[in-house]
Design a binder for this molecule. Structure first.
Ligand code: ZN
Length: 113
């Protein structure tokens, strides 16, 4: 199935059913593309349903969907509010600590020579 077929918009009910059955047999790559697409665009009912069914039995796509949403949320939070990525100024060394490290490195370098 090509990307064009995956993003095919359903017009009437019969076209939607055709699209739905086609998506049920789509590859994981196509479902991953739809999952990514769903984060920024609205999908047809057939596409949404096909993804829901696919992730029920496909662990890889279920994980991809979870990770994509987690990544989106992490980016939304931004580094300023994320505890795992503190601001650089909060982790910078004090001048005394920087001097102590520099002195220690100089002492080790002179010992090696
Ligand atoms: Zn899959």
């Amino acid at each position: 199935m090509t990307a064009a077929a995956v993003t095919y918009a359903a017009g009437d009910g019969r076209t939607g059913m055709f699209e739905f059955f086609k998506l049920l047999n789509a590859r994981c790559e196509d479902h991953a593309r739809l999952i990514s697409l769903s984060m920024d665009h609205s999908l047809t009912r057939s596409q949404r349903l096909a993804i829901k069914i696919h992730v029920l039995y496909c662990k890889a796509c279920r994980r991809f969907k979870h990770d994509a949403h987690m990544m989106r949320e992490t980016i939304k939070m931004g580094c300023g509010q994320c505890n795992e990525f503190p601001k650089a100024k909060e982790t910078s060394l004090s001048p005394e600590a920087a001097d102590a490290i520099a002195a220690s490195l100089k002492a080790r370098m002179s010992d090696d020579q």
